[in-house]
Write a protein of this length. Structure first.
Length: 717
């Protein structure tokens, strides 16, 4: 969100927290304003009865052609782990493939910059210690520089110095009952990322256009919130997806209130700015935000006069301009977003594509809203749809968040290989950004599934491309390669349902913003036990290593027999090279590493819990080559002994022993021979995690972890 030199502290124009909610306030002022009326508002914490009733009916056949409406609800500033790190079955705090930092600790123990470390800690416990309300934590640094500082060149070990210890705070099921039930009734995506290592505006540029270009009149890439200066900002010149839809004759609408928290990024584009200035020509205001801000703070007579003058300006627009104005720029009265949406649903006016832009109070932003407060809006939107079964039966709702604020997530995002065109700024990757929550709500995504394909905000446009056939050329080739189009989150066949009992909750009275502090007795967070159904993934990566002791060179061969490119990251823990390296593998890639020391340790991570570890001495004579077989779910191992004497390889499971192979296996291979072994994973639903060592050689280790895809739904690991 908006970043000031003293982020989190009221500026000179700020209103005291606890004051009345005024739509006239600008975005910057709202960042320091609480919803003072929150205590009087109630929000259901679990699903509307209409949704539970609608789920009793089977989904329509026809695949994508059965979809008539897509609704995008993008909320504000939450990280995946911050919300769902403790939820069962997702890639959360119990992740066995979580990376190790250079200091040897898990990524979940972030260095504090003073020799210690901070573990993820519950907001509720911190609130009890500080005598605060857990729903009202404050925002953290989420700037371009702060995001890259935490990312630390890919080493991912500078979160606390860059953000403060509050970055490690998390909520759980008790804090977010509505969010958890929604995610467990429908489909949650646990590899959905923000698009940029930065704040709201560049991420919402990807949301509305699949791209963030350059600040007008400069060679500066649009990676910050410069556009919030709507008077001084000339506007972005590239084409938005809304304009593509308009030209293609597809219906679309932005739903937003007088206070839209400056979250409708269409207003920052030249084409819409020109229409806005023309519509406002009879008023003294230069921007829609200034006009609606004044409208919200005006008395009834002044408000009527302002609205009359606006319509005078709108009357001067051409037919094409008025269509864009009505769809993108016209706002509804404060508090009327949900009722306006409901009225359009009831009247059969719901467009093919709806963009919902909540007010500051409903935005979920840690600094202007709260999880339970904004859940009210989500509840009302879902109820509006499900109250009309014919509309519900043909609608998809995507609920996500623009960026992570400054809140920690333990999974490093895919970033482009060095030199990738249009994806770097001053040597730093634009993204992908940090993981954020994404829940896909529809008749075809019911059943409590987890989808672990990699996505980012450009994926929302790509879904619409696939569905409507309207292409957005601004999306880069790399984004199209690394991020999916979200269709893998759907099951257009039979879908299981899960209906839970209703419950109720209230928004607590506002009592000030605060930043959680870790407790003195830190403990590693515990993720809920159990698995969930999982969507099939389009990846099938594998990596093997071959050592040449004569030249001290280790060559990694990376393959992927899946239908989509798999992003793999290579971590050099023995100083083989300076920073992690990135590869998008569609077929095969190789990396030859010159080993400078006496030992090596390389770890390769990839999507869907994939991991390979290679450790040993540069004079070692043992090697392990793997090949994977998704159809019958087995891993084949070639155990190579390049030395003259017999070697005994030990293959041991690290997990899934109760559902698959359970005992360590020893294979002795004669000198200068190759042995064979098979590891069967069908009983473990295709999951495997095993380590291969050599008796008498404590330095040698190969770890192989992943999931064997066979094109069918499975379970999470």
């Amino acid at each position: 969100m908006s970043q000031s030199p003293n982020s989190g502290s009221p500026g000179p124009d700020a209103v005291a927290e606890g004051g009345p909610l005024r739509a006239a306030l600008s975005r910057r002022r709202m960042l320091t304003l609480a919803a003072g009326t929150a205590g009087a508002v109630t929000a259901a914490s679990l699903l509307p009865p209409s949704v539970r009733t609608a789920l009793a009916s089977p989904p329509q056949a026809g695949g994508l052609k059965a979809i008539k409406h897509v609704v995008f609800l993008m909320q504000e500033n939450r990280a995946f782990d911050h919300y769902y790190g403790t939820m069962r079955g997702v890639r959360g705090y119990g992740d066995r493939t979580a990376i190790t930092l250079r200091d040897g600790n898990s990524v979940l123990r972030q260095p504090d910059g003073h020799g210690g470390g901070v573990l993820p800690f519950p907001v509720r416990k911190a609130a009890q210690d500080a005598h605060k309300e857990p729903q009202y934590i404050g925002d953290l640094d989420h700037s371009w520089s702060g995001g890259h500082s935490a990312w630390a060149g890919g080493w991912y070990n500078n979160w606390v110095p860059a953000k403060s210890p509050a970055t490690m705070a998390y909520y759980d099921r008790q804090d977010l009952p509505f969010h958890y039930e929604l995610a467990e009734t429908f489909t949650i995506c646990d590899a959905y990322h923000a698009s940029v290592h930065s704040s709201t505006s560049p991420n919402r540029n990807y949301f509305v256009s699949g791209y963030t270009g350059y600040e007008p009149g400069t060679g500066k890439r649009a990676t910050g919130n410069d556009a919030y200066d709507e008077v001084g900002h000339a506007g972005y010149s590239w084409t938005t997806y809304a304009e593509r839809l308009e030209r293609a004759g597809r219906s679309w609408q932005v739903y937003h209130e007088w206070d839209n928290f400056q979250d409708n990024n269409l207003e920052f584009f030249t084409s819409f700015k020109q229409i806005a200035r023309k519509a406002l020509s009879a008023t003294q205001y230069k921007t829609m935000d200034a006009f609606y801000g004044a409208l919200g703070g005006a008395d009834a007579a002044t408000r009527k006069d302002l609205l009359t003058k606006l319509e005078q300006g709108v009357a001067t627009l051409t037919r094409a301009e008025k269509s864009l104005f009505d769809r993108a720029l016209r706002r509804v009265e404060s508090g009327a977003l949900a009722s306006t949406f409901r009225a359009d649903v009831a009247a059969g006016r719901l467009p093919q594509v709806s963009y919902l832009v909540p007010s500051s109070a409903d935005s979920e932003h840690p600094g202007a809203s709260s999880p339970v407060q904004s859940a009210r809006l989500t509840y009302e939107i879902l109820d509006a749809l499900a109250s009309h079964p014919d509309v519900w039966a043909s609608t998809v709702v995507f609920i996500t968040y623009d960026e992570n604020d400054g809140l920690f997530d333990h999974v490093p995002p895919p970033v482009p290989p060095a030199g990738t065109r249009d994806e770097f700024v001053d040597g730093q990757p634009l993204g992908l950004g940090i993981r954020v929550p994404m829940t896909v709500v529809s008749p075809w995504t019911a059943g409590g599934y987890v989808c672990s394909q990699v996505f980012d905000h450009s994926s929302l446009i790509r879904f619409t491309e696939t569905w409507l056939g309207v292409r957005q050329p601004e999306i880069s080739a790399w984004r199209r390669k690394v991020s999916g189009d979200l269709t893998s989150a759907f099951d257009f066949g039979t879908t299981k349902r899960r209906l839970d009992a209703p419950a109720a909750g209230t928004v607590p009275p506002f009592a000030g913003r605060w930043h959680p502090a870790p407790p003195a007795d830190q403990k590693m967070p515990v993720q809920e036990q159990g698995v969930r159904p999982a969507r099939p993934l389009p990846y099938q990566p594998d990596v093997s290593a071959r050592l040449d002791p004569a030249t001290k060179t280790l060559t990694l061969t990376m393959t992927n027999t899946g239908t989509a490119s798999a992003h793999l990251t290579v971590y050099p823990y023995a100083g083989e090279f300076a920073t992690p390296q990135h590869f998008d593998v569609d077929g095969a890639e190789t990396l030859s590493v010159k080993l400078n020391g006496g030992t090596y340790r390389l770890v390769v991570t990839g999507p869907g819990g994939f991991l390979r570890e290679f450790a040993g001495e540069v004079t070692g004579q043992a090697a392990v080559a793997s090949s994977i077989h998704g159809r019958d779910r087995r891993v084949s191992l070639s155990l190579v002994n390049a030395g003259p004497k017999p070697v005994t390889f030990v293959i041991a499971p690290n997990a899934y022993a109760g559902t698959g192979e359970s005992r360590p296996r020893k294979v002795t291979v004669a000198g200068r021979r190759t042995g064979k072994a098979e590891w069967k994973a069908a009983a473990a639903h295709g999951w495997y995690d095993l380590t291969v060592t050599v008796a008498g050689d404590p330095a040698f280790a190969r770890r192989l972890t992943g999931h064997l895809q066979n094109g069918r739904p499975s379970v999470t690991g």
